[in-house]
Design a protein around this ligand. Structure first.
Ligand code: NAD
Length: 302
């Protein structure tokens, strides 16, 4: 039976650390940290994500500076809001919620975010800082995975890690973070030949392929640590009647892999909650930096 890498539990513990970090720095900073989540259009899933992020801010004492623009706004109007938030001294973190409505290009708008306020850690400068081992906001999902591995005392130095997926959002920064922790990292992607032969070599297997139930027992070496980043909703069971929602699943066939793995993240409740928490961590660290505070969260974001 594998150890469960419980993201909900760790996220709750980190929220307590965030609250005390904010309390400790409040007097010197003179104001609480601020996070602006910018939403354009009415994508329903984004609505839920933004609400979750705002609730998490409230729990730890971060002020939300949300902005919601209608879908028919031109790129200039979105750019103007980003510039305003860049200039606002009470905002430490800015997040442009994706996907954007059709007709708006993501990259040029993301590039406008002040790298020091890049709560998602995805700005070109911050990916470069990660590659060079310099301090700065870190990509939230892989940083959340690193926190889960550290919490479970998974030994990474010299370990063989395989990352399935090479996106800029997850796979690439994940590989850099594992490498910085002295793992020997291989990145697999959609053109990789004989994926199972490669993943079976992994002591630590991180799967971010965005393919429901891709990874089964045949892909996993007994005793490996398996982190499932994927999240998908399966079609509803027809027997469940009209209006029923399908179950959530990841990229890993949990029932098959759990009996042979040493540790595994569940979906939901594994990586997902950590992603939101790392957004808060980036914001609080940026706030501390602006006010000359020591970083009490340097184990999470340097
Ligand atoms: P993406 O589609 O941008 O990238 C997927 C990557 O997987 C690509 O590099 C592709 O080459 C690779 N891939 C696809 N099929 C493959 C296969 N059969 N074999 C090997 N590699 C394959 O996706 P993403 O943005 O990196 O996200 C990946 C998954 O993680 C998605 O399910 C997404 O919803 C989820 N996600 C979850 C969180 C979270 O907080 N839990 C955060 C971000 C993304």
């Amino acid at each position: 039976m594998a150890l469960r890498l419980d993201g909900r539990q760790l996220a709750a513990a980190l929220e307590l650390r965030l609250r005390s970090a904010i309390a400790a720095g409040l007097e010197q900073a003179g104001r609480p940290p601020g996070l602006a989540v910018l939403r354009v259009g009415d994508d329903p899933a984004s609505g839920v994500y933004v609400a979750n992020k705002e609730k998490a801010c409230e729990r730890v004492g971060i002020t939300s500076h949300g902005a919601h623009l209608a879908a028919d706004n031109p790129a200039d109007a979105v750019a103007a809001v980003i510039e305003r938030l860049n200039a606002d001294p009470s905002v430490d973190g800015i997040l442009l919620q994706l996907p954007l409505p059709k007709g708006l290009e993501e990259s040029p708008l993301l590039a406008l975010i002040d790298p020091e306020k890049d709560a998602d850690g995805l700005h070109t400068l911050n990916l470069g800082r990660l590659a060079k081992g310099e301090s700065g906001p870190r990509s939230c999902t892989p940083a959340g995975v690193m926190a889960l591995l550290r919490q479970a005392q998974v030994s990474l130095s010299g370990a063989r890690a395989v990352v399935v997926g090479r996106s800029l959002l997850v796979g690439q920064p994940m590989a850099l973070m594992l490498q910085a922790a002295d793992a020997t990292v291989t990145v697999a992607h959609s053109r990789t030949r004989d994926l199972a032969a490669l993943t079976r070599q992994a002591d630590v297997l991180v799967v971010a392929a965005g393919q429901p139930l891709l990874i089964g027992a045949e892909h996993v070496r007994p005793g490996a640590v398996v982190v499932d980043v994927g999240i998908h909703r399966l079609p509803p069971d027809p027997a469940a009647g009209p209006g029923a929602k399908g179950k959530l699943c990841g990229d890993v066939r949990f029932e098959e892999v759990e009996p042979i793995a040493a540790a595994i993240t569940p979906v939901p409740g594994g990586v997902g909650p950590m992603t939101v928490t790392m957004l808060l961590v980036n914001t609080v660290v940026a706030w501390g930096r602006r006010h000359g505070l020591d970083n009490p969260l340097a184990d999470l974001v340097p």
